[in-house]
Write a protein that binds this ligand. Sequence first.
Ligand code: ADP
Ligand code: F6P
Length: 478
Amino acid sequence: TALTQVPGGTYDLIVLANRLPVDHAVDENGRPCRRRSPGGLVTALHPIMKRRSGAWIGWHGRPGPAPAPFVHDGIHLHPIALTGDEVDGYYEGQSNGTIWPLYHDAVEQPQFHRVWQDRYRAVNRRFAEAAARVAAPGALVWVHDYHLQLVPGMLRELRPDLRIGFFLHIPFPPVELFCQMPMREEIMRGLLGADLVGFQHPQATRNFRTLAADLLGAKVTDRGIWYDGRDVAADTFPISIDVAEQQRLALDPAVRARAAEIRRELGDPRTIVLAVDRLDYTKGIECRLRAYEELLSERRLDPAQTVLVQVAVPTRQQIDQYQALRERVERAVSRINGEYAGIGRLSVHYVHQSFDRAELAALYLAADVMAVTPLRDGMNLVAKEYVATRTDGTGALVLSEFAGAAAELEEAWQVNPHDIDGLKDGIADAAEADVAEQRRRMDPMRAHLHAHDVNRWATGFMGRLDRLSRRWPRSAAA
Ligand code: ADP
Ligand code: F6P
């Protein structure tokens, strides 16, 4: 069905993302409160939206009616309501049961259901309509991530005057995988509704350009993608972190004292290995635990002198695959502790909780080795946070070559997480490295992050979108 054009509102900058940057939570006294939502997308956009008084349209994280728009931390938040069926079909189903595994190399089997697809369409339309209502004439609208891939096309029909950008935070798959998707043409047309489509990694950009040509017959040149009478640009914009803020945390005396306290609480072992992930099957947690277990068993890591801290942030807990993963991980942790821990001394400290950013920074400071070994990851901000926190250049990052961050953090101990022997070698070498070797690797990575922080990412994307739209004026704005 064609969408009818609507007049619009007052915001010059609008972000659309599945989630608002704050979630409902319960404080220590059992009272409802608001807490920053987990994940890389919110980490990246929060500082930028605080600086520009734009609007953020997103789901408030629960089924049922949406609260009225409100201001939090200087950001104007416009909650979108989802019914229980829509949470099932659009969020848990099509977004996280179909697209998430498919775009992450199908490391878990994607499920395809027509009712999920219908709910995905309906919710994407609701987001597009909400943006069309509040956007000022010619506003810049930045749509984020795999939950909202139909929105750019829908929004262009509703408001041809808008400048529309889309950024995908996760990988974009190769043709063979993408083509399994029943909605494949519809999704490509949705994305091509944007003026600029951004990806984390050059391979994702190449995959998108190939698909535009192969699936839709678009004319793809160095200049852009010519489709349906319009030019669309597709390019790579690797996301980053707020380096200055991370560094401020790292130098905060309270955080440093807490890091020292964490080391003491862990029994002052020779080596602390840290892993911080949402408890997601893409993060390679099981392969990592297997590698660690074998290293202890072979005494390449001394069980009496080594501790692994695995922070597993709760995520998508209603979805079967996530519940099954949690059981497998918790079984593996118990097995390792059963075999190698002593009284008052654990081999794996497993924490299935959310932390605030200061506690996380203290953990980064306390860790000798940071193991970031996803099977596939769009970027992985945890890796960047660890590097930015190590202001004295010590510490050792073990990084999966299948994380987007590997294209930038080349000096890390890069590993293939599917290759358990290679993974073991990476962790063991990192644990053995002396301070000179740590600094030799850390210094260039830190310099890279200083030159490529999240502000550069955001201004790079928005600046490009601005320039493009001046080159290709919109008919309704002209
Ligand atoms: P993803 O987007 O897949 O979750 P990233 O590594 O890119 O993965 O981003 C994770 C973000 O979540 C990081 O900014 C990290 O600091 C934050 N985070 C990680 N662990 C926790 C935790 N226990 N509590 C709150 N936030 C966390
Ligand atoms: O890009 C990864 C991502 O899906 C983000 O959209 C989100 O911030 C994060 O992971 C957390 O996932 P969820 O919103 O499903 O809890």
